[in-house]
Design a protein around this ligand. Structure first.
Ligand SMILES: *[C@@H]1O[C@H](CO)[C@@H](O)[C@H](O)[C@H]1NC(C)=O
Ligand SMILES: *[C@@H]1O[C@H](CO)[C@@H](O)[C@H](O)[C@H]1NC(C)=O
Length: 395
C-alpha cells in the first residue's frame, strides 16, 4: 500500500518535472552535415551511392549502397540489406575499424550492400512537410516501420537490382523484419535472413529500461508531458534515466550503457568517445511506449491506442498480435548473447518456441547487446558464420 503511494508520488513528480523541461527540449536537436557515404564509406576507399526514398506517409529515408571499388561496376552481385536498431541509424554498422564493419566485410566478399535508415534518424532526410518540432514527426512505432519504412527500402533494392536481398537485422531491425514476415508483404523481397540480438518478444527483458517501463509507465508519462521525442542526451531523457536508475531494483551502478544493454564483453573503450559522437540518437517516445506496452502485456502486439481508438483502428478492443506461427519456414540464422539485457535468452527462447521451424542458432555466452554492433571480436565470433550462412544455396 505504502509502495503504491510512493510510486504515484514519484510518478506525479516526474510528470511535473518533464513538463517543465519541455521548453528546454526543442532548441537542442542536432542535424548532421554530410551523409553516411561521405563520412564513413568513401574515405575508406569503397564505392558508395547515397539514395533517398519517400514513405507513403511522407518520411524521407536515407539508403546507402556500398560495394568494393573493384566490383562496383560488375552486375548481378547479390544484394544484402542491413537494418539497424533503435536509438541509432545506418551509420551504426560502420563505427568500427574496417575489419570489423559488417558492410565493408560484405562488400569485400563481393556483395552489393544496402544500408537502411529508419525515419527520423540522423542520416535520414526528414519529412516532406513535418519538422522535428511537430508531433506528427514522432508519431510512429514499430508498426509504422513494418508498414512503411522496411517495404519501401526493400522495394528500392529490388527495383535497382532485380533481385531479392539477403537480410541482416540488429535489435529493432529484427523485430520489424519478423513482423513484416508475419504480415507477409516483405517476404517476396528477402532471401536468407540473419537476426543479430533479436528483440522480438520482450516479455522478460532484463534491462533497467524494461523494469522502468513496467513499474513506472515511464513512456506514458512522457506522452502525457507531451514529449514526443526521446533523446538520452536531452534533459528530459537524462531526467528519465536518472529516475530509472534511482529505483532500487534498477541497479544502474555508474554505467548507463551496461544497465540498458547488459554486460558487454568486447567493447573498445578507447573508441567510446567516437561512438558517442553519433550514438545514441533520438527516437519517438511512442516507439519506446510500444515496447513498454509489449513488455507489460507479455505480447507481441500492435500499438495499443486504448480500447476506444482500438475499436476504430483494429475493430477490436485490444490491439491484434503479430502471430509468429504465420512465418513460413525460411533460411534463418539467429545470433544471440548470454548477457544481453535487451534480447535476453528467455525472450529469444520464447521466439524460437513460437515459430514453426528451427533456424540455425549461434549463441555467444559472454555477449551483451552492443557487442553485436561495435564489438571488437565480431569478425572472429560472428561474421564468418554469417558469411558462411549467406553463401549456402537456398533450397
Ligand atoms: C529480372 O529477373 C527476371 C528473372 O530472373 C528476368 O526474367 C527479367 O528479365 C529481369 N528483368 C530485368 C529488367 O533485368
Ligand atoms: C581500439 O580502438 C583503437 C582506436 O581506434 C585502436 O587503435 C585499437 O586497435 C582498438 N583495439 C581493438 C582491440 O580493436
Amino acid at each position: 500500500m505504502r509502495r503504491d503511494i510512493m510510486q504515484q508520488t514519484l510518478a506525479a513528480a516526474l510528470v511535473m518535472a518533464l513538463s517543465c523541461l519541455q521548453c528546454l527540449v526543442r532548441a537542442a536537436t542536432v542535424s548532421r552535415p554530410g551523409g553516411i557515404c561521405e563520412i564513413f564509406v568513401l574515405p575508406r576507399g569503397y564505392a558508395c551511392d547515397e539514395r533517398q526514398v519517400q514513405t507513403d506517409d511522407g518520411f524521407l529515408l536515407g539508403v546507402q549502397r556500398v560495394s568494393s571499388s573493384a566490383q562496383s561496376g560488375t552486375t548481378a552481385r547479390k544484394p544484402v540489406f542491413l537494418y539497424h536498431g533503435m536509438l541509432s541509424g545506418g551509420e551504426s554498422w560502420l563505427l568500427n575499424e574496417r575489419d570489423n564493419s559488417l558492410p565493408l566485410i560484405l562488400a569485400d566478399a563481393g556483395y552489393d550492400v544496402w544500408i537502411g535508415n529508419t525515419r527520423t534518424t540522423d542520416f535520414s532526410y526528414g519529412h516532406t512537410s513535418a519538422s522535428r518540432e511537430d508531433q506528427e514527426f514522432w508519431d510512429w512505432s514499430t508498426d509504422d516501420l513494418v508498414a512503411h519504412d522496411l517495404p519501401i527500402m526493400l522495394q528500392l533494392v529490388y527495383a535497382s537490382t532485380n533481385q531479392t536481398a539477403h537480410y541482416v537485422g540488429f535489435s529493432q531491425g529484427t523485430q520489424v523484419a519478423v513482423a513484416g514476415f508475419v504480415e507477409g508483404h516483405v517476404l517476396p523481397f528477402v532471401d536468407r535472413v540473419v537476426l543479430l540480438a533479436p528483440v522480438v518478444r520482450v516479455d522478460t527483458i532484463k534491462s533497467a529500461m524494461g523494469i522502468a517501463a513496467g513499474l513506472f509507465l515511464v513512456d506514458q508519462m512522457m506522452l502525457l508531458a507531451r514529449i514526443w521525442e526521446f533523446n538520452a542526451h536531452l534533459q528530459s531523457g537524462e531526467k528519465l534515466l536518472n529516475t530509472i536508475c534511482g529505483y532500487p531494483n534498477a541497479h544502474c551502478y555508474d554505467d548507463y550503457i551496461s544497465t540498458f544493454t547488459g554486460a558487454n564483453c568486447c567493447l573498445n573503450e578507447t573508441r567510446r568517445a567516437y561512438y558517442e559522437e553519433y550514438e545514441t540518437q533520438s527516437t519517438a517516445t511512442k516507439n519506446l511506449a510500444h515496447f513498454a506496452q509489449q513488455y507489460r502485456t507479455n505480447s507481441f502486439a500492435k500499438y495499443d491506442y486504448g480500447w476506444w481508438n482500438n475499436l476504430f483502428r483494429y475493430h477490436s478492443l485490444s490491439p491484434p498480435e503479430y502471430d509468429l506461427r504465420r512465418i513460413p519456414a525460411m533460411p534463418l540464422l539467429l545470433v544471440h548473447g548470454g548477457t544481453d539485457g535487451l534480447a535476453d535468452a528467455d525472450d529469444v527462447q520464447l521466439f524460437l518456441n513460437s515459430i514453426t521451424f528451427s533456424p540455425q542458432v549461434l549463441y555467444l555466452p559472454d555477449y551483451g547487446h552492443l557487442d553485436f554492433l561495435v564489438g571488437t571480436r565480431s569478425n572472429i565470433d560472428i561474421y564468418p558464420t554469417v558469411l558462411d550462412f549467406l553463401t549456402q544455396p537456398t533450397a
